[in-house]
Design a protein around this ligand. Structure first.
Ligand code: SF4
Length: 249
């Protein structure tokens, strides 16, 4: 799954860029989902006093609210990016916000002061209000969210790679860098996605003819859950035991 973020300060045009990118990627046949990071402690999808709210109060755990045209799954806590991704199955995930995670980023800004503060090696394009009067910032191309959306989408397809397994600040360091440095290295062409060592240390390891196969967290979790559910019924298996399966030719 390829994941990138559109980040920047409030009212700099992030949502417009996200919407146009979703539409253009979908037009090109990709399956696209999006994540909107919301910085308000007042935000809730629930109506206090509703029946589903009462379910959540009683269980203090996940609640699914099913209506006639929409179904919501509500967790009573903030999920990590990896947890959210494990529930998605898309070609591209567009994240609006989440500045601290190690993802390739498009920055939306109003002026150079904001760009000087926000642009680092993880940024591959600039857009938002700044694009009204500029077409370049240092070496980065600046895209108008509507007129230049085809060019920006081409760049997303060229630059964005399968998400790193630990795209957070506390990285494993197995590659000799942190994940943000790896993102910057890949975007600059100094590294490749295969330089991330941790894909080989995920919870579930699959080899085909002895060759390690990288699997995205969504598939990994699904496969792990199915296998564990089966083994839970077998005598001799205790939750947490490791399982080795080999299918011969
Ligand atoms: S090995 Fe991968 S997950 Fe670990 S720090 Fe490097 S890039 Fe990040």
């Amino acid at each position: 799954m390829k994941v990138f973020s559109v980040a920047g300060y409030h009212h700099t045009g992030k949502t417009t860029v996200v919407i146009e990118l979703i539409k253009e990627l979908k037009k090109r046949g990709y399956k696209v989902t999006s994540i909107k990071d919301i910085h308000s402690d007042k935000f809730t999808m629930e109506k206090i006093g509703s029946n589903s709210w009462k379910h959540a109060q009683a269980s203090n755990d996940t609640v699914i609210a099913r209506g006639l045209s929409e179904t919501y799954q509500i967790w009573n806590r903030q999920l990590t990016l990896n947890e959210m991704l494990s529930h998605l199955d898309s070609d591209y995930v567009v994240v609006e916000g989440m500045k601290s995670v190690a993802l390739p980023r498009i920055i939306c800004a109003e002026n150079e002061v904001q760009l000087d503060e926000l642009v680092d090696g993880t940024v591959f394009a600039i857009s938002g209000i700044y694009a009204n009067d500029h077409d370049k910032f240092n070496k980065l191309k600046v895209f108008k969210s509507k007129e230049d959306i085809k060019g920006l989408t081409d760049l997303v397809i060229e630059k964005v790679f399968p998400v790193l397994p630990l795209p957070k600040l506390e990285c494993c360091g197995e590659c000799g860098m942190n994940c943000r440095e790896m993102v910057a290295g890949i975007l600059a062409g100094r590294n490749t996605r295969e330089d991330c060592k941790t894909d080989r240390n995920l919870d579930i390891e699959i080899k085909i003819d002895g060759k390690n196969i990288n699997i995205v967290p969504y598939v990994q979790n699904t496969l792990k859950d199915v296998i564990k559910a089966y083994f839970n019924n077998l005598k001799g298996y205790n939750d947490g035991d490791s399982i080795d399966i080999k299918i011969r030719k």
